[in-house]
Design a protein around this ligand. Structure first.
Ligand SMILES: N[C@@H](CCC(=O)N[C@@H](CS)C(=O)NCC(=O)O)C(=O)O
Length: 213
C-alpha cells in the first residue's frame, strides 16, 4: 500500500481537519509541509490551496474530497454516517461551516489579527470590529446546535465535528472570540471535550512563524 500524504501547512484549519480525519479513520499518513501556491500544491490544486493529498497515483485537492477518499478507500469507522438523513446532515454542517463560519472567523477575523497588512503590522481593528457582531451570532447558533447531544449531527462524532473543531481552536485563541466562546458554555464544553481526543491533540496547529498564534 503506498503512503498517504497530506500536503500543506500544519497551521491551516483545513489541513488540520484532514489529519484528524485520517487518525479517526485509523489511516496512517505523512504530513508533507508545503505552503499555498508552492509548486507541489499548485501541481494538484487548481487554485493553489491547501491541503492537497497524494496516495499512489491518486491526487486530490479540497478538504471535503480528501475526506471522502479517506472515508471510502479504507476500512475503519465511518467519518460520515451512511444513514441518508444523518449523512445529509453531516454534509449540511460541513457546507454551512465552510461557506459562513470559516470565511468570517478565519479568513476575515483571524487573518485581521495575524496577517493584517497594516503599515505597522498591528491588528486591523476595522476588520475585527466589523466581524465581531456576526461572530457572536455564529457562536450562539453553534451553541444551540451542540446543546442537545454534544455533537453537531445525531449522537456521535462525525466529519461535521472534525471540520468545525480546528476553527474553534482558533476561536479559543483570539481575545474577542475566545471570550465569546467561553460565554457560549455548551459550545465551549463541546470544544474542550472533543479537542482532547488524541486525533485533535496530534494535529494541533503550531503557531504561525513569527506570530502570536
Ligand atoms: N475549499 C478549500 C479551502 C482551503 C483553504 O482555504 N486553504 C487555505 C489555508 S487554510 C489556503 O490555502 N489559503 C491560501 C489562499 O487562499 O490563497 C478546502 O476545503 O480545502
Amino acid at each position: 500500500m503506498p503512503e498517504l500524504q497530506i500536503i500543506g501547512a500544519p497551521q491551516s484549519n483545513y489541513v488540520c481537519m484532514t489529519r484528524i480525519a485520517c487518525r479517526e479513520k485509523g489511516v496512517p499518513y505523512t504530513l508533507v509541509p508545503a505552503r499555498p501556491h508552492s509548486p507541489e500544491v499548485d501541481a494538484i490544486h487548481p487554485f493553489g490551496k491547501i491541503p492537497v493529498m497524494r496516495h499512489g497515483d491518486v491526487t486530490l485537492s479540497e478538504s471535503r474530497a480528501i475526506c471522502y477518499y479517506i472515508d471510502h478507500a479504507f476500512d475503519g469507522p465511518p467519518l460520515a454516517p451512511r444513514d441518508p438523513v444523518l449523512g445529509a446532515r453531516t454534509e449540511e454542517w460541513v457546507s454551512l461551516v465552510n461557506t459562513h463560519i470559516d470565511p468570517l472567523l478565519v479568513r476575515q477575523y483571524l487573518l485581521a489579527h495575524l496577517f493584517p497588512g497594516t503599515p505597522d503590522g498591528s491588528p486591523d481593528r476595522a476588520k475585527i470590529d466589523a466581524a465581531l457582531p456576526k461572530i457572536e451570532q455564529h457562536s450562539a447558533l453553534l451553541d444551540r446546535a451542540v446543546a442537545r447531544t454534544g455533537y453537531l449531527v445525531g449522537d456521535s462524532f462525525t466529519l461535521a465535528d472534525i471540520n468545525l473543531l480546528p476553527i474553534l481552536f482558533y476561536m479559543a485563541k483570539m481575545p474577542e472570540s475566545g471570550a465569546m466562546l467561553r460565554r457560549a458554555t455548551k459550545l465551549d464544553a463541546y470544544y474542550r471535550r472533543h479537542w482532547a481526543r488524541p486525533s485533535a491533540q496530534e494535529a494541533t496547529p503550531p503557531p504561525f512563524p513569527g506570530r502570536q498564534a
